[in-house]
Write a protein that binds this ligand. Structure first.
Ligand SMILES: [Zn+2]
Ligand SMILES: [Zn+2]
Length: 547
């Protein structure tokens, strides 16, 4: 009989097997819903504090966790009991060596990369890396694929903010319930709401910090301790992100929270503060003769001098949002009806919601024909006559076509309350051409808001190339607005670009681009970026009453 080692299977081991299975299924063109289900379950397992192995051995019900149904719970139990998964072993046996190697890089699309292998005449990841460095990938396959490969191969430890939200919740709970912590707060870039974070920092008040550290090694089955001193400990989480615990006591909690939250530049501007023992942050700022600086702007720009002069901006809050100006319905690629979207907006306390289904040319998102759009507008008129407490605005997410013209004729655009105009095609245009394309669109009298201005998808693809300064200037002259798209993998405009727009006096709107009633809740992510840009409610279009 053999005894199992202390951490026989960590949550990461289990998550990795589920991810590999999903990648190999994808390469076989299996049902995409099934693939997504495995990836979602893998994520849940990776973010759990409890040891999944221990749960299985205790016969706990895994289907109580999000994204884990009966079939996947069965697969997890099989992994724990046998160390592997029959289905996975079979796929592995049938896979080519190239595919097998690629399945270890979950961010790479194996089909695209295998095609790239053919064109580049290579067959291993090492050779692919060489071709990437020599510039051959870019010259043979273009910059978009090169970018995809670069991001897929680089062992980035970065995580999107909304993913970090789930992980932080799980870590906090584990620290409080399993490690003897009295008080825990997530600090660092996460608390400043930076859109992509590469380390999670937790301030921990506990009777004995070293015992918290040793107990935290059991997080997720096993968390590797990378570095440790009396005040702090660093762990490597299996997602790649670092987790750092920082010790604090009741007496210096406020001081330590300030120290662990601000960027290096912010802390520099604060000067000498570490000797002041403040139990709460507010007290520390007070003793420094500063107004309390919200975490989102602790970046070392002008916030400390503004706090000293009592002139900090009154940053916009979710409660000040009066409506959403970018939302899809089942008329294009959304999953709820206009009535459902309106009811959900009213339940949030909004005064209005703009329905912006895709325009006619965007076939992959079921773009709306002129005839159907006119029907939708008449329907909204009827609906508004009946609805109480919410007004549905008539709009469209109008494609900006290759030549900068808009995707509906003026006599149709004229019927809308406003437009959101976006680019969904020809991302590869040069910087000048792309910028001028958007400027021509802005010259259309019915252009109101520029949707997701750069088209970036965080950690997936960079935006298309534009000259943001020229666009902001053109928007200022022509009275056009920019959107902060709240979709957590867009957050576009970025806080940096939104700050430039603000400084130029260009109006910003914060829009969820919701494709379901549930996604209206994403508004907080856009509001956070607006706060990072220093924006106040009076500068935000949808903090104003509807017309
Ligand atoms: Zn769009
Ligand atoms: Zn949209």
């Amino acid at each position: 009989m053999t005894t199992a080692p202390a951490h026989a299977l960590t949550n990461a081991d289990i998550a990795n097997r589920l991810t590999t299975l999903a990648r190999l299924l994808a390469a076989q063109k299996e049902n995409p819903f099934k693939i997504k289900a495995y990836l979602k379950a893998a994520r849940t397992v990776r973010e759990m504090g409890e040891s999944v192995e221990a749960l299985v051995r205790e016969d706990a019900d895994l289907t109580a966790y999000p994204g884990i149904g009966d079939a996947i719970a069965g697969a997890i139990a099989e992994i724990v009991r046998t160390g592997t998964l029959g289905k996975l072993e079979k796929l592995r046996a049938d896979a080519s060596p190239e595919l097998l190697e690629l399945s270890a890089y979950p961010r790479l699309d194996p089909q695209q990369v295998l095609r790239a292998y053919k064109k580049l005449k290579v067959s291993t990841v090492a050779e692919l890396r060489d071709k990437l460095e020599s510039g051959a990938v870019e010259s043979v396959l273009g910059s978009r694929l090169a970018q995809h490969i670069r991001q897929g191969l680089n062992e980035s430890h970065a995580m999107l903010l909304y993913r970090a939200d789930t992980l932080c919740e799980s870590v906090e709970k584990f620290l409080l319930t399993r490690c003897g912590a009295r008080r825990v707060e997530a600090a660092g870039a996460y608390r400043r709401r930076v859109e992509v974070v590469d380390e999670l920092v937790f301030l921990v008040d506990a009777p004995e910090f070293p015992s918290v550290v040793s107990r935290f090694e059991h997080y997720g089955g096993h968390a590797a301790l990378v570095d440790q001193n009396p005040q702090s400990a660093c762990f490597a989480h299996s997602s790649g992100i670092g987790i750092r615990l920082e010790a604090a006591s009741h007496a210096d909690w406020g001081t330590r929270l300030v120290e662990c939250t601000g960027s290096a530049a912010h802390l520099e501007l604060l000067g000498k503060f570490r000797h002041i023992l403040a139990p709460e942050e507010d007290e520390l700022y007070r003793r420094l003769n500063l107004a309390v600086i919200p975490p989102e702007i602790r970046e070392g720009r002008d916030e400390v001098s503004l706090a000293r002069a009592g002139r900090l901006p009154k940053l916009v809050s979710v409660a000040e949002i009066r409506g959403d100006l970018h939302a899809h319905s089942i008329a294009s690629d959304g999953s709820n009806t206009i009535e459902q979207m309106a009811a959900a907006a009213r339940a949030r306390g909004y005064e209005y919601i703009g329905i912006t289904d895709h325009s006619q040319s965007l076939k992959i998102a079921r773009g709306v024909s002129i005839e159907d759009l006119l029907k939708q507008l008449r329907f909204i008129d009827h609906l508004n006559a009946k609805l109480k407490g919410i007004r549905v605005l008539k709009s469209s997410e109008v494609d900006i076509l290759a030549d900068g013209s808009l995707d509906y004729p003026d006599e149709i655009l004229r019927e809308l309350d406003y437009t959101v105009c976006s680019i969904h095609s020809r991302f590869g245009l040069g910087r000048n051409e792309q910028t001028e394309r958007i400027m021509r669109a802005m010259d259309n009298p019915y252009f109101t808001v520029l949707g997701h201005a750069t088209g970036r998808l965080l950690l997936k693809r960079p935006g298309y190339e534009i000259d943001i300064d020229r666009l902001i200037e053109h928007a200022r002259q022509s009275g056009r607005a920019f959107e902060i798209n709240c979709s957590p993998d867009r957050l576009d405009l970025s806080a940096e670009n939104a700050r430039l727009a603000k400084e130029a006096g260009v109006r910003i709107v914060i829009s969820t681009d919701a494709h379901s009633t549930r996604e209206l809740a994403l508004i907080r992510y856009g509001v956070e970026q607006a706060r990072r840009a220093g924006l106040e409610a009076r500068e935000i279009g949808n903090c104003l009453p509807g017309k």
